[in-house]
Design a protein around this ligand. Structure first.
Ligand code: MN
Length: 262
């Protein structure tokens, strides 16, 4: 069985429509999304997600999400959990609680969303100036989230927004603070990433699917006594934020080239 993989979408409707159409053209009905979906407050976002849910219905697709850092965690906290644990955002858009477990086509999956915003201070300053909120404390991965994830044991696939420490291409990309983030925000992000890494080391997945870094990552990395194929999806606008995964082989692949449908 093949499933679709989708990187950070940041609530960009035309990109999400494009992605879902591309997946539909390949007959892909299960979409794994790795966070920064765009769960935002206000009626504009509400109407947009209603339209996306209609499109998912039309295509017979379900989107399963490990939420990111740029999401309205107050809204996520109000969502109702279904009997199977998924948080229902829309009928066909399901958000994973931290440490959630599922099985698809015989493969075990562990879901751990969340990440710390390295630009937290800038977002809070922006809120003070404009009144527009873009940061929620619920983005951070808590000790309880880590413990819940560890309790579930290993899994074949881990779906997350964050990536663990020790992935060479990511370490190279974030080294040296090129954007000049605030020291306290860098420390906050580093500490949160350590917490994610602790959970990751207990899950020991064969394959990690993640977002957050807005760059394509495809490498086998060595961790504490195990190897993981780390597959990081890029963000909206970049073709490398779309992929598909054959669950038998656990090999992600790019979508075949086809003309743009709409
Ligand atoms: Mn993002």
């Amino acid at each position: 069985m093949k499933v679709a993989l989708l990187g950070d979408t940041h609530g960009r409707e035309n990109w999400i429509v494009y992605a879902l159409d591309r997946f539909a053209a390949e007959g892909l009905t299960t979409v794994i999304q790795v966070g920064d979906l765009g769960v935002w407050p206000g009626p504009t976002a509400t109407r947009m997600w209603n339209r996306i849910d209609e499109l998912l219905t039309h295509h017979g697709q379900t989107m399963m999400v490990a939420p990111g850092n740029h999401e309205d965690y107050d809204e996520i906290a109000r969502l109702e959990a279904r009997d199977d644990g998924w948080l229902r955002f829309r009928d066909h858009i399901l958000l994973a609680p931290r440490g959630h477990r599922t099985e698809i086509a015989g493969r075990s999956l562990c879901w751990l969303g969340g990440a710390a915003s390295v630009d937290r201070g800038w977002r809070l300053a922006h809120q003070q100036l404009t009144g527009q909120r873009t940061w929620w404390a619920g983005e951070a991965i808590s000790d309880e989230d880590v413990q819940a994830t560890i309790a579930g044991g290993p899994a074949d696939i881990m779906v997350s927004h964050e990536a663990p420490q020790g992935v060479p291409s990511i370490e190279a990309a974030i080294q040296g603070n090129p954007h000049g983030f605030l020291p306290e925000d860098l420390a906050y992000a580093r500490e949160n990433r350590s917490r994610f890494t602790e959970a990751f080391n207990a899950v020991r997945p064969k394959l990690l699917l993640h977002g957050h870094y807005h760059r394509f990552v495809d490498e086998v990395a060595t961790f504490e006594g195990f190897n993981t194929h780390v597959f990081g999806l890029s963000q909206d606008g970049d073709p490398r934020s779309l992929a598909m995964l054959e669950l038998t082989s656990l090999k992600p692949a790019a979508l075949p080239d086809r003309p743009r449908a709409r």
